[in-house]
Write a protein that binds this ligand. Structure first.
Ligand SMILES: [Zn+2]
Length: 341
């Protein structure tokens, strides 16, 4: 029997829009939704009621005063927060609703261990830093979700970030926190510049940040190897009660921003592996980040959703990674081996 999924989605996420052509556009949401609805019959979709995030929810991960200051700027109507990050009169509404959705997903996942959820959020979140918006992101949704889960009583939360870009904001928020394991697979060197294997966390959080940075052109077989050798062993040893995914789809071979070569099936395979790890005792939630080719986004969300229900599992890709991808995985393993007693 396939599992049904909690779905966090809201038409208002599409109201965040740019007056000039921009890759992070409302049509992305329609593509993701079409993928989800095409893959899952209605009885397998359980819509989650959403509301705006409270400032307290946002203050758990952002610098005190950040939410207030951001609201003031967004109140100006139209503009740009940086070179990449635009806002419009509806941006505050969509942003607070996306963060609220992330918190609602976390609450639902915490209260029912073994639960599965997909959140189709806009704007995305993983580049948003403690005190600054960045890279299309204003509030760090996945960080809000992880912090909400901790606040609801969980001791250990893992975040797996497979967006093609390093989740610098999420890393920065949790790098000194041993209660949140952050694992990122991304293109490197690439925007935003961080995510080297030597970035392993700091202070009490040393060892709970794991970065695998792949060279341009890396394909599915390297992600299969990274999951077997890095991601799954790190999860096993950390033993989280909840796994959240920063699910960007811009590592797809068709993506106009990323330069990696994954396929829709690769995302389904990673989902299948996490589904297997989580089993009936741990909850698993996927939160949309990037993904800028509409066809690839629709197909990837569909494949991911099918895998998450358990109806369409796909094994991790076999095959030998390229020498450069192999070296990337080995660099991550070496950086973390230094922690061994
Ligand atoms: Zn991205």
């Amino acid at each position: 029997m396939p599992r049904s999924l909690l779905i966090a989605d809201d038409r208002r996420f599409a109201s965040h829009r740019c007056r000039r052509p921009h890759p992070e556009r409302p049509e992305r949401l329609e593509a993701a939704r079409a993928g989800l609805e095409g893959a899952l019959p209605a009885p397998l979709r359980r819509p989650l009621p959403l509301g705006r995030a409270s400032d307290e929810t946002i203050d758990r991960v952002h610098r005190p005063g950040y939410a207030e200051a951001l609201k003031r700027v967004l109140g100006r109507g139209w503009g740009d927060l940086d070179r990449d990050t635009y806002f419009c009169p509806e941006t505050a509404d969509a942003t607070w609703l996306a963060a609220g959705a992330a918190a609602a997903v976390a609450d639902a996942l915490v209260s029912n261990p073994g639960e599965r959820a997909i959140a189709l959020l806009r704007p995305p979140g993983h580049h948003a830093r403690p005190a600054a918006p960045m890279g299309f992101c204003l509030i760090n949704n996945v960080a809000v979700a992880a912090a909400a889960a901790r606040s609801a009583g969980l001791e250990r939360v893992a975040i797996v970030d497979w967006d093609v870009h390093h989740g610098n904001g999420t890393q920065e928020i949790f790098e000194a926190d041993p209660a949140v394991l952050f694992i990122s697979l991304h293109q490197h060197p690439f925007y935003p510049g961080s995510g080297a294997p030597s970035e392993i966390g700091r202070g009490a959080g040393r060892g709970s940040t794991v970065n695998v940075g792949f060279p341009a052109g890396t394909g599915s077989e390297a992600y299969g190897a990274a999951f077997r050798e890095v991601v799954l062993p790190a999860l096993e040893s950390f033993d989280p009660e909840l796994v959240l995914v920063s699910a960007g789809y811009d590592a797809h071979e068709r993506d106009p921003l990323g330069e990696l070569a994954l396929e829709a099936a690769t995302f389904a395979a990673m989902t299948t592996a996490l589904n297997g790890f989580c089993g009936d005792s741990r909850s698993l939630g996927l939160l949309l980040e990037g993904g800028y080719d509409l066809r690839a986004l629709e197909a990837s969300v569909a494949a991911t959703a099918g895998a998450l229900t358990g109806a369409a599992p796909i094994p991790l890709p076999e095959g030998v990674p390229s020498a450069a991808a192999r070296a990337a995985i080995d660099a991550t393993l070496a950086a973390h081996r230094t922690l061994a007693p």
